[in-house]
Design a protein around this ligand. Structure first.
Ligand code: GLU
Length: 469
């Protein structure tokens, strides 16, 4: 059975790059009816925090990337790592090394001066040292000295590294704790991982890991190292470029469906299709279609995709998210407003849930001030009389419906010999505070009689005051 794993180090939030790796792992396991494992690599005790673990779990939950197994925590597996380190020493594939920091430093400087690649010289390799009380010793893996390590990477193609390039790496620190390469290997082996999909910053570790796996007679997994994500300036994506944590996108009102769709296209393609349902992603996903060149994060494209999902997701889903957001903002929306209709009218023109909420907030809340530009343009003397007339006609309406409101507005255009915009726009700014809304008759109907009339009055006062001052 195919098994993938996502193995983040909990030293920060779940980044866009990590989320993409997790998505690829998840998709591949879903496609092949395999399993997806989540493993928290928290062996770096100084940099790992419970808050980061939670942030990673939150990010994955938001995106719906549920693991079939885990989360496993490496810190709970130290006994197992010790056991494997001892096994490697026993079978002659690892050895104790007492070289001091100073010696290694001198060696390094000498190699650098001779323009050689700094590497351990194998000083303790054949000494057969045993741990001694009070003497700090690390354990090193006995890397083969001849031959080549080759593997087929699903992204990079054939990768070969001569063993002579690899030195005897430390697998246990002097306090007995395992190093990254050792714990990863033991876990991939014990968890029966068949496919390792990860960032290509790890591609240099792979030959070392393969050598250790071989020494343990473990099956070698298949590998796919995906290129990193760049910012729009071609540099590695970082805080400098804006939001990098996936939950920042949740906070900003993006939809998880859109985020997944955006992430999958960062380094994977299927013809020139841009919009993929989850089912389609699973169906079409293949490791060999992963791109070998780095992808750039592009907020405009993400916005475009998000907008597509704003329009195409079931209305009820969008309504639920809007309500959630209003609740978080403490905005009371509990009145007769036809909520679904408002959301439906506005989702056509909102990039995110937050933008939608911002543009419909006038329906629930009084606004403090008019949009300055909009007011300067239309809340002026020529609008005064038409607005006063609108107030009269609207007050006399039997039914407060788009149709009757429309008829009243039309009557005003005829009476004053003005175009629709000359009354529609002042009304719009009067009742919404800004210059964008669905057709004005619908806007008025949605807002309801009371609020609409009060706001038209307020605008009349506003114009009168600006005229006299
Ligand atoms: N824990 C490593 C990281 O967060 C990933 C290790 C792996 O995927 O092998 O970079």
């Amino acid at each position: 059975m195919i098994k993938t794993r996502f193995a983040p180090s909990p030293t920060g939030v779940l980044h866009v790059g990590g989320a993409r790796t997790a998505l690829f792992c998840w998709l591949f396991s879903r496609k092949t009816k395999g399993k997806f494992v989540l493993r928290i690599e928290d062996t770096d005790l100084e940099r790992s925090t419970p808050e980061s673990v939670q942030a990673i779990l939150d990010g994955m939950a938001w995106l719906g990337l549920d693991p079939d197994e885990g989360p496993y925590f490496q810190t709970r597996r130290f006994d197992r790592y010790r056991e494997v380190i001892a096994q490697l020493v026993d079978q002659g594939d690892a050895y104790y090394c007492e070289c001091s920091r100073e010696r290694l430093e001198v060696l390094r400087e000498k190699q650098m001066a001779n323009r050689q690649k700094p590497r351990y010289d194998g000083c303790c390799r054949e000494l057969g040292l045993h741990p001694e009380l009070g003497k700090p010793m690390v354990v090193r893996f006995k890397n083969p000295q001849h031959g080549v390590v080759s593997f087929h990477d699903h992204v990079k193609g054939a990768v070969s590294v001569a063993n002579q390039e690899l030195d005897d790496l430390v697998i246990a620190r002097s306090d007995g704790s395992p190093t990254y390469n050792l714990s990863v290997v033991v876990d991939d082996m014990d968890m029966d991982i068949t496919h390792v999909l990860r960032g290509d910053d790890h591609v240099n570790n792979t030959p070392r890991q393969i050598n250790i796996l071989r020494a343990l007679r473990a099956k070698i997994p298949e590998y796919a190292h995906v290129p990193m994500i760049l910012g729009d300036d071609g540099k590695r994506l970082s805080k400098r470029h804006g939001a990098v944590g996936v939950m920042e996108y949740f906070e900003a009102g993006y939809l998880p469906e859109a985020m997944l769709n955006y992430l999958v296209r960062l380094g994977w393609s299927h013809g020139d299709q841009e919009i993929f349902s989850l089912q389609e992603m699973i169906e079409y996903f293949s490791l060999d279609a992963l791109n070998n060149s780095a992808a750039s994060f592009n907020t405009e494209k993400l916005n475009w995709i998000n907008q597509q999902y704003m329009m195409s997701l079931p209305l009820n889903d969008i309504v639920a998210l809007v309500r959630q957001r209003l609740d978080r903002l403490g905005i009371d929306y509990d009145h007769e407003l036809d909520f679904a209709t408002v959301v439906d009218l506005y989702r056509q023109r909102s990039v995110t849930i937050n933008m939608l909420v911002d543009s419909i907030a006038y329906c629930f809340q009084e606004f403090d001030a008019y949009d300055a530009k909009a007011a300067a343009k239309v809340l002026k003397q020529p609008a005064l009389q038409p607005l006063q007339r609108a107030l009269e006609l609207f007050t006399g309406l039997q039914v407060w419906e788009a149709e009757s409101l429309h008829a009243a507005i039309e009557a005003i255009t005829e009476e004053f010999g003005i175009g629709m915009g000359k009354i529609g726009q002042p009304l719009r700014v009067a009742v919404t505070g800004g210059s964008f809304s669905p057709p004005i008759d619908q806007t008025l109907e949605l807002l309801g009689r009371e609020r609409s009339l009060a706001r038209i009055e307020r605008a009349i006062d506003y114009i009168s005051t600006t005229l006299t001052t």
